[in-house]
Design a protein. Structure first.
Length: 160
């Protein structure tokens, strides 16, 4: 609603969680975002690169004109990527990305990402539990984790 009122696009950067999203361990931003960007080399386990997803078609109905406002992202993104940011296709990277995306569809990849999430939760628990209970007594910024990232509040000393 805020983006609609401001005539702005909603961009989601899921670079760090793309593997968890691809494995369907975490929900993705696609239902809400106009653009989604990610790297391919972090949790997706592919070659160094990036992916850009964007909406096409009708963006909204314009009540003033009675016509549909269309998304106009494709040509602008394509022109920005090439020749703007990328000098040309890197066929070896494209092939490696295809392999990574195929692997992301496998049960083994889902099991791996499920274990990544379980490991992060166990790590967060150990970090945040009081020392008297076998933990390390650190305060976590969000009190735990919902993905594979754990943020430790470093300004505070560990609790006893």
């Amino acid at each position: 609603d805020i983006c609609d009122k401001a005539n702005a696009y909603l961009l989601a950067d899921m670079a760090h969680i793309s593997g968890l999203v691809a494995a369907k361990v975490l929900p993705g931003p696609f239902a809400h975002a106009d653009l989604v960007m990610t790297t391919s080399h972090k949790s997706l386990r592919g070659p160094r690169g990036a992916l850009i997803f964007f909406r096409k078609g009708v963006r909204r109905h314009n009540a003033k004109t009675g016509e549909d406002d269309m998304y106009d992202l494709e040509s602008r993104i394509n022109a920005s990527v090439f020749p703007g940011h990328q000098g040309g296709p890197h066929n070896h990277t494209i092939a490696a990305l295809a392999v990574a995306l195929k692997q992301a569809q496998s049960p083994d990849f889902h099991a791996y990402q499920t274990q990544v999430l379980a490991n992060a939760k166990a790590f967060a628990k150990r970090l945040s539990e009081d020392r008297a209970r076998g933990g390390l007594g650190f305060s976590l910024v969000s009190g735990g984790t919902d993905n594979h990232l754990v943020l430790v509040e470093t300004r505070l000393k560990p609790r006893p």
